[in-house]
Write a protein that binds this ligand. Structure first.
Ligand code: ADP
Ligand code: NG1
Length: 458
């Protein structure tokens, strides 16, 4: 085993101090000592954006930032939630009557998603309560999955308080499903990596059935996260669900054109599987079957032979009812090409050619262009940050997570790391910070971290 360096010890000391502080705060809040603690990490998606909910594999790794919850099960049926960050207000509810308000995605609703997911999985109607103090250090609304880390952490807290057990895969599937109670129709990448992550390796996450395979990242380069500082709460806007709907509609129209049973098809991957063709062939099929001009609800209804009423009730989500134009060609092009890039990325990591960093960087750059132009989930600040990162030495740089704000991930040759950080700091952050001290939380190198876990001692 390698000897521990001073940097590792510093991290351990900081983690220990964080736990002691949490224990103290818990004591002053609830007048007792936590019985156990749970942590669940955020993630950075290296490549494979907006394709998990279309059925395609993605390639994320866990980051060291996480949600940490101190817990004390109690004998009354009251669930009491508090947060170390005063912007997140205290909340309490009866554990047997959980209501999740989709119209206001307040922080405690994410906890309730994880709680309800476990409750429903075991069909429990009588749950005992808990006192919980939450401490999170994942930048919120920034594409690093703070919301899913909270949902997963809450799911594992509830399972542990009940004294029950589930596999990591089962937990990930339950939490992916239950996070949808908040109103967003995500795919499952975030919850899967939060549970299945392992230190030192990125993972290829595949769905149906859910599984995770190690992907060895190149040793000569570092992944750097940079936060554009534009926040985007996915549940408070309709951007995310509009894209999910566009992909679903594209899948149905492609299926109809290819004489498949379109009414049961929900994901673009199902069309490919039913046709038995390659991703490259799917890209050609999209060229023939869909047109680049946006589709109106009326045109879609004509193509599918359904009424506007059926369209609204059976296809649109509550927050996409008023959408009048759907870009199906562009979204399908992004999804099939991005799915192919994920497979190429994994293959290059396995083969490890001499120019591995250059090849992986090119795929990341292509991914960003596709997210920006075809999927339209970037924003001017993200595009600027990506340009700056490339200018100062990144071989590849792209938005990560849902987008419309949030973070970029860049692949930087190890020998260029310190000049890269200094230059990006100056070119992007100096301007918005007005020259104040660098904000470490906005620009940092990261490596694959471990997954969610429970522990007893602070
Ligand atoms: P992300 O890309 O970070 O997952 P989302 O928009 O999906 O962004 O979810 C972010 C939401 O998660 C926040 O608005 C907040 O409600 C919740 N959240 C994030 N961090 C914390 C925290 N430390 N404590 C409580 N809730 C948090
Ligand atoms: P973030 O960036 O955490 O909101 C969302 C979805 C993922 C995935 C990505 C885009 C949720 C909880 N997460 O992640 O499933 O679709 O966008 O690749 O909906």
């Amino acid at each position: 085993m390698a000897a521990e360096g001073p940097a590792t010890r510093q991290v351990q000391v900081a983690a220990h101090l964080r736990l002691l502080k949490l224990k103290e705060m818990f004591n002053s809040k609830f007048g007792s000592i936590p019985k156990f603690y749970v942590r669940a990490p955020g993630r950075v998606n290296i490549i494979g954006e907006h394709i998990d909910y279309c059925g395609y594999s993605v390639l994320p790794m866990a980051v060291e930032q996480d949600m940490l919850i101190a817990v004390e099960p109690v004998t009354t049926p009251t669930l009491q939630l508090a947060n170390t960050n005063p912007i997140y207000l205290d909340f309490s509810a009866c554990a047997n009557n959980i209501q999740i308000d989709q119209t206001k995605p307040l922080w405690h609703n994410y906890f309730l998603c994880g709680f309800k997911g476990i409750q429903e999985h075991f069909g429990l109607s009588n749950l005992t309560g808990m006192n919980c103090l939450v401490d999170g250090n994942i930048p919120p609304n920034s594409g690093l999955s703070s919301s899913s880390a909270l949902v997963c952490c809450a799911g594992l807290v509830t399972l542990t308080a009940l004294g029950m057990s589930l596999s990591k895969v089962e937990l990930a599937e339950i939490c992916a499903k239950s996070e949808r109670y908040i109103g967003t129709q995500g795919g499952g990448m975030d919850q899967s990596i939060s549970f299945l992550a392992e230190e030192g390796t990125a993972k290829l996450i595949e769905f149906s059935p859910l599984r995770a395979t190690d992907v060895k990242l190149p040793s000569g380069a570092v992944f750097v996260i940079a936060n554009s500082r534009v926040e985007m709460n996915k549940a408070a806007t309709s951007h995310f669900n509009i894209r999910v709907t566009e992909c679903r509609l594209a899948a149905k129209l492609l299926a109809k054109q290819k004489n498949l049973r379109w009414d049961t098809i929900l994901r673009l991957e199902e069309v490919q599987a039913k046709l038995g063709v390659s991703l490259e062939e799917m890209l050609m099929i999209v060229e023939d079957a869909l047109h680049p001009a946006a589709y109106s609800p009326e045109e879609i209804c004509r193509c599918l032979g359904m009424s506007l009423e059926e369209f609204r009730t059976q296809i649109l989500s509550p927050n996409t009812q008023d959408v009048l134009s759907f870009k199906l060609y562009q979204r399908a092009k992004h999804v099939y090409s991005e799915a192919a890039r994920v497979l190429q990325f994994k293959k290059i990591c396995e083969e490890a050619p001499d120019n591995i960093v250059q090849l992986l960087g090119e795929l990341m750059n292509q991914s960003h262009v596709s997210c920006r132009d075809m999927y339209e989930c970037s924003c001017p600040e993200l595009d600027q940050l990506v340009d700056i990162c490339r200018k100062f030495g990144a071989q590849g740089s792209r938005l990560t997570g849902a987008g419309w704000g949030g973070c970029t991930v860049s692949l930087v040759p190890a020998e260029k790391l310190s000049s890269f950080l200094a230059n990006v700091q100056e070119a992007y952050y100096q301007r918005i910070d007005g020259g104040s001290a660098p904000e470490k939380q906005s620009l940092f190198a990261t490596k694959p971290g471990g997954g969610a876990l429970v522990f007893l001692e602070a």
